[in-house]
Design a protein. Structure first.
Length: 187
């Protein structure tokens, strides 16, 4: 007897340590006016993380096989793929150097936890520049003449803080604790 797990292609990937960019995971947002609101994240994967890249390639290949029924029984030659090279496609962005990247999105809010699996509710804790792991699901699409493999965002685990991207500093990096008894503060 064949189970569904044996016949269904594995299109889910849990990454190694990645860097987050364009973090929009607490409130859904539309990219352009009139588009559906989604949660989204750009995932920066170090080129040295061969295991995560291998898993992504295998999941994309599985999604291609699953998509053949959408694409007339064959894989189109001009298929849009989610994984891109930061050195080639974003040479003007230093944080993309030495990384592959992909954009993941979801209509449903992702689960967000810390390294101890405690839910993160404070929106300032997960930001562009922090490090973590993500679970992703790759799927085929055929919409408005565009054929490709999309990337769905499932869950996020924050592992470490990092230099914020986009030039914005964090308040705790800009200020010191102020002692209310310090009369010289306003002098």
């Amino acid at each position: 007897m064949t189970t569904q797990a044996q016949t269904k292609p594995n299109t889910k990937v849990v990454t190694g340590k990645i860097r987050m960019s364009y973090v929009n995971v607490f409130e859904p947002r539309a990219i352009a006016e009139g588009q559906e609101k989604k949660y989204s994240l750009c995932v920066l994967i170090p080129k040295s993380d061969k295991e995560t890249l291998r898993k992504i390639k295998a999941a994309v290949d599985a999604a291609k096989q699953a998509g053949m029924s959408l694409w007339g029984g064959k894989i189109p030659p001009n298929l849009k793929l989610p994984l891109r090279d930061g050195d080639v496609d974003r040479p003007d962005r230093p944080e993309y150097a030495g990384h592959y990247f992909l954009n993941a999105s979801s209509k449903q809010k992702p689960g967000i936890v810390d390294k101890n699996l405690n839910p993160i509710l404070d929106q300032s804790e997960v930001y562009s520049g922090c490090y973590g792991r993500v679970s992703l699901n790759f799927f085929p699409f055929n919409q408005a003449g565009n054929k490709g493999i999309g990337c769905g965002l499932q869950n996020i685990q924050k592992l470490a803080d990092g230099e914020p991207l986009g030039g914005r500093s964090r308040p705790e990096d800009d200020f010191d604790v102020v002692d209310d008894d310090d009369d010289d503060f306003l002098s």
